[in-house]
Every structure is written in structure tokens, then in C-alpha cells.
Design a protein around this ligand. Structure first.
Ligand code: NVA
Length: 252
């Protein structure tokens, strides 16, 4: 916001009346009288939807348990830069949890026509509704979309490998069972070798080195993790500029 010439207020849960029992609908109505846009990070996607329903200014989803769309804009920007501005004929393999990042990535790939293959253990697959939405989007762009249980199968011949933590915010109570279920869903040198020789490696961070990704890969020549992190800044500015009411007419 500062780079765009505005300023931002950070409201932590303890700064908000939500913590004292105000409804999300009422908070949405009050905030809408004060600010031009709301960037919200929520534990529950239902809360995100409720805030968006009642706010009269744009609500940008900065992560919830179901989706993480802002991250994916930065990821697609990173790939776009490396692939000379085209996703055509490219395939991305997701290795790990069918979580919020996976869901949004699946949808984002479908929107831009990039093939998405997810390697996800059976019990942690993306929700059926998300896959159905992805399939509908993919029909319009011609993107392919598939899910397998085999990291090796997904990685073979891929143009990009992407992973995320095995235990997302809110999943802490399942740490033990998740750690056991995701053994083998690690991006390491052996898995990377199955991908194209110039395949790129992404991670939305924070990474748990030694679990979902090895140091060797994360710090290796195929990793674009730091560019991806930087692109969060640029992509988020683009999203704000697109969403801010003053720019809406011009940006669309
Ligand atoms: N899947 C992770 C993403 C962190 C940016 C989580 O929800 O914790």
C-alpha cells in the first residue's frame, strides 16, 4: 500500500471488536466505512465469505483454511517470467497436502491453461467441489487436471514442482498422523531428477526443510523460491491496484 501511495492499517485480532463478540457482518459494515479495501486472513473460509458478503469495499483473501489465491498470483507470475510469458504445453506437479495452497493453485492453473498434476495421499485430497470448479475452468482454457497418489508419477517430465508444509495453520493437532502420512511426499534430488532437466522448484514458505523439501533442492539451482517470495510483493500490489475502487474502471 505504501508503494502504491496509500497506507495500511494492521488490525490484529486483539485490536478488533470481533474478539469481544461483534459479528463478522457488523465488523464488515464498520470497516467498509473507514477503508478502501480489506485484506483478510481467516481461519475459516466461511468467515471470509461472511466478511465479503457484508463488506461494501473489496475483500482480498490473504489466506484461509480453504484457499490462498494471492500466493498463486505470485507463483504464476514467477513461472510466467521464467517461461517467456507462456504456460502453453507446460505441466506443474504439486507434491504433498491437498491444502489451501494446492486448491488455489489447481484453480489458478486451470484458469491460465497450465496442466496441474497433484500427488496427494488419498486421505488429503483437495475437496471435490474445488476439483469440480477446477475442471469447469479447465474446460474453458484446455488445461488438464489430475490427481495421483504417486509423487514419482506426478514429477516425471514436469516443468515445475511445488510443495508446501504438511501441517498447515489449524492442523497442528494432527501433526503426528500427517507427518506419517506424508512420508515420501518430499521434493528431494531423486524426485527432481524425474522432472525435466530445467524444471523449476517452488514453495510458498515458510518451509520445513528436511520434511517436504530438502536443503539441497531448496538452495539448489532449480529453486525459484526467493523470486517467488519477492513476487508476492509485486503481485499483491497488482491485486490491490486492480481491486481498489478508484482504479476499478481503469483496470478492467
Ligand atoms: N498451507 C499453509 C500456507 C502458509 C502460507 C498454511 O495454511 O499454513
Amino acid at each position: 500500500m505504501n508503494d502504491l501511495g496509500g497506507h495500511a492499517l494492521y488490525l490484529s485480532p486483539k485490536d478488533m471488536q470481533l474478539g469481544r463478540g461483534e459479528t463478522i457482518a457488523d465488523t464488515a459494515r464498520v470497516l467498509s466505512r473507514y477503508v478502501e479495501a480489506i485484506v483478510y486472513r481467516a481461519n475459516r473460509s466461511e468467515d471470509m465469505a461472511e466478511l465479503a458478503r457484508w463488506a461494501t469495499v473489496p475483500v482480498i483473501n490473504a489466506l484461509d483454511n480453504r484457499e490462498h489465491p494471492c500466493q498463486i498470483v505470485a507463483d504464476l507470475l514467477t513461472l510466467h517470467e521464467h517461461w517467456n510469458g507462456s504456460f502453453k504445453g507446460r505441466r506443474l506437479a504439486w507434491i504433498g497436502d491437498g491444502n489451501n495452497v494446492c486448491n488455489s493453485l489447481l484453480l489458478g492453473c486451470a484458469m491460465v491453461g497450465l496442466e496441474f498434476v497433484g500427488a496427494v495421499p488419498e486421505a488429503y485430497r483437495p475437496p471435490k467441489e474445488v476439483v469440480a470448479r477446477g475442471e469447469a475452468l479447465a474446460r474453458a482454457t484446455g488445461a488438464k487436471l489430475s490427481i495421483t497418489s504417486s509423487p514419482a508419477e506426478a514429477a516425471t517430465g514436469a516443468d515445475a514442482l511445488y510443495t508446501d508444509v504438511w501441517i498447515s495453520m489449524g492442523d497442528e493437532a494432527e501433526a503426528e498422523s500427517r507427518t506419517a502420512a506424508f512420508q515420501g511426499f518430499q521434493i528431494n534430488k531423486k524426485l527432481l531428477k524425474k522432472a525435466k532437466p530445467d524444471a523449476l522448484v517452488l514453495h510458498d514458505l515458510p518451509a520445513h526443510r528436511g520434511l517436504e523439501i530438502t536443503d539441497e533442492v531448496m538452495d539448489g539451482p532449480q529453486s525459484v523460491v526467493w523470486e517467488e517470495a519477492e513476487n508476492r510483493l509485486h503481485a499483491q500490489k497488482a491485486i490491490l491496484e486492480w481491486a481498489l475502487p478508484a482504479n476499478r474502471g481503469a483496470a478492467r
